[in-house]
Design a binder for this molecule. Structure first.
Ligand code: KIV
Ligand code: ZN
Length: 521
């Protein structure tokens, strides 16, 4: 399992379709001007091909594809089109200024699609695709062809379809599992049979595009890789039609982590994975499940005391990837009633606190009582407990009072009172378009930390009218991300506390680093 494979690795090209198939996820559509922002990030991440949209679908979409093609000259751009002249003309025109481009044409090959969707015979489909591949080839050399619903097609007809596309000049054959129906052990070998049974099948490159209806998109893509594909189509956060597409980060990290067994590698820069995931989630208003591999918030968090202890001794005991290498803020340990002394000690040391044995015992008792009351002990609560156990001030700023005036007819106004370490207090007022914005404006004045407010997530932790809300605020300071979390029945108060806590994290970390430097550590 752990043997190092010393042979040269085969390069897998990553074709990103977040802005085309991903945008087809219900509720995920974005404005054309937001596409360029995501495309820039995808280029930074190191994808090989970007499919920025469907040019024929609207003038805004056309312009977005045009702008991406003009600006991102280091990455290949795919123009997407049905086997229809008008689609091809639009895709060709929109991608004209790309330094490197391809035309991606598709037509269905399964009998059910032919009978009910296309209402065409097999011979008619062959005629259309031959005409359209030949038509597209006049304008663009690189033609990718996809037989839609390939995995539910008769293999005999699939061979005919692929052979015809190759005959007319297709250079990349993308075999999709459109409905997420395939099983890895049948999907992978299909590529070997296609290559062997299709005339010209050994002269083209192969790609795959898997949907996740049975949760098998990554497994099917890896099976296809084992059978020779050199390109995989993916979406950030696995978004896409229905249950989504093969997730970029899952596939890439499977290759990165198990490249020894797979014998392949990608050109992705893992350090940009988290930022890309957050950007796509935020822009497309598409939340990420807590337990989503790689980018879900629980993906690197451990609650069991036994796991926490093992991790603190050697992180490889319970982690197979390094979250920091993917740009994920390291807060791997969730403090709760399962946590032991070791984990608590470690967390407070991150804020620069070292307690005497007696103080530590006092803290541990208070911690356990609090953990019985509320499931998770967030950092702001932990620091309060440290303060109570040691009779000292542990937070540079603490929220004393919050007032908000909100309503449909008026500007939202807030006032916030904070206490500083020296005991002095200050009250600040501000307005905003929403009550949260007003509160954030207040805290910016009250807590003068030079950190950029990056993200606020709100979650309901229970049900019913009295549900607890959890707020997680992320701020950036000198390239580092800091998170503050708070839980309260009042979500505005939770958000305010979480923001103050994130700012305290920035200040306490700066102090700890300063102290360590002064001590020559
Ligand atoms: O799922 C699918 O089959 C597609 C193709 C058009 C590539 O998105
Ligand atoms: Zn698809």
């Amino acid at each position: 399992m752990n043997q190092e494979n010393t042979q040269a690795k085969r390069r897998i090209r990553i074709f990103d379709t977040t802005l085309r198939d991903g945008e087809q996820a219900p509720g995920a559509s974005i404005k054309p001007e937001q596409k360029i922002v995501i495309a820039r990030q995808l280029a930074r991440l190191g994808v090989d091909v970007i499919e920025p949209g469907f040019a024929i679908s609207s003038p805004g979409e056309f312009q977005a594809i045009q702008q991406i093609s003009r600006e991102l000259q280091g990455v290949e751009i795919a123009g997407f089109a049905r086997c229809v002249k008008e689609d091809i003309d639009a895709a060709v025109a929109a991608t004209r200024d790309a330094a490197k481009r391809r035309l991606h044409l598709f037509i269905s090959s399964s009998q059910i699609h032919l009978d009910f969707q296309l209402r065409k015979t097999q011979d008619e489909v062959i005629r259309v695709l031959r005409d359209m591949v030949a038509y597209g080839k006049q304008f663009v050399d690189e033609i990718e062809f996809s037989p839609m619903d390939a995995s539910r097609s008769s293999e005999e007809f699939l061979y005919r379809v692929i052979e015809s596309a190759i005959d007319e000049g297709a250079t990349v054959i993308n075999v999709p599992d459109t409905m997420g129906y395939a099983l890895p052990e049948e999907f992978g070998p299909m590529f070997t049979r296609i290559r062997q049974n299709v005339r010209g099948g050994d002269k083209v490159a192969y790609s795959t595009h898997c949907h996740n209806d049975l949760g098998l998109a990554v497994a099917n893509s890896l099976a296809a890789i084992r059978h020779g594909v050199t390109q995989v189509e993916v979406c950030v956060n696995g978004i896409g039609e229905r249950a989504g597409n093969c997730s970029l980060e899952e596939l890439v990290m499977a290759i990165h982590t198990r490249g020894d067994s797979l014998g392949v590698e990608t050109g992705i820069q893992p350090e940009h994975i988290y930022e890309t995931s957050r950007l796509v989630s935020r822009t497309m208003h598409f939340p990420i499940a807590f337990n989503k591999p790689i980018v879900g918030r629980n993906a690197f968090q451990h609650e069991s005391g036994i796991h926490q202890d093992g991790l603190l001794k050697n992180r490889n005991t319970y982690e197979i990837m390094d979250p920091e290498a993917m740009g994920i803020p390291r807060s791997m340990i969730i403090l709760g009633k399962h946590s032991g002394r070791h984990a608590i000690k470690h967390r407070i040391a991150e804020y620069g606190f070292r307690l005497e044995d007696g103080e530590m015992e006092e803290l541990y008792t208070r911690f356990k009582a609090k953990a019985d009351e509320q499931k998770i002990i967030t950092d702001d609560v932990l620091l309060q407990l440290v303060g109570e156990s040691t009779d000292t001030v542990t937070e540079p700023y603490s929220l004393v009072d919050l007032q908000v005036l909100a309503g449909s007819q008026r500007t939202r106004i807030a006032s916030v009172t904070v206490r500083r370490e020296d005991g002095s207090e200050g009250t600040f007022a501000a307005s905003g378009e929403g009550p949260l914005e007003a509160v954030i404006h207040c805290i910016r004045q009250a807590v003068p930390v030079d950190a950029e407010f990056e993200d606020l997530e709100l979650h309901s932790l229970s049900t019913g009218e009295g549900a607890f809300g959890e707020a997680v605020v992320t701020v950036q300071h000198q390239g580092e991300r800091y998170q503050g979390t708070a839980v309260h029945r009042d979500i505005i108060l939770a958000a305010a506390r979480a923001y103050v806590s994130a700012c305290n994290g920035v200040l306490l970390t700066a102090r700890r680093i300063g102290k360590a430097a002064a001590a020559g550590e």
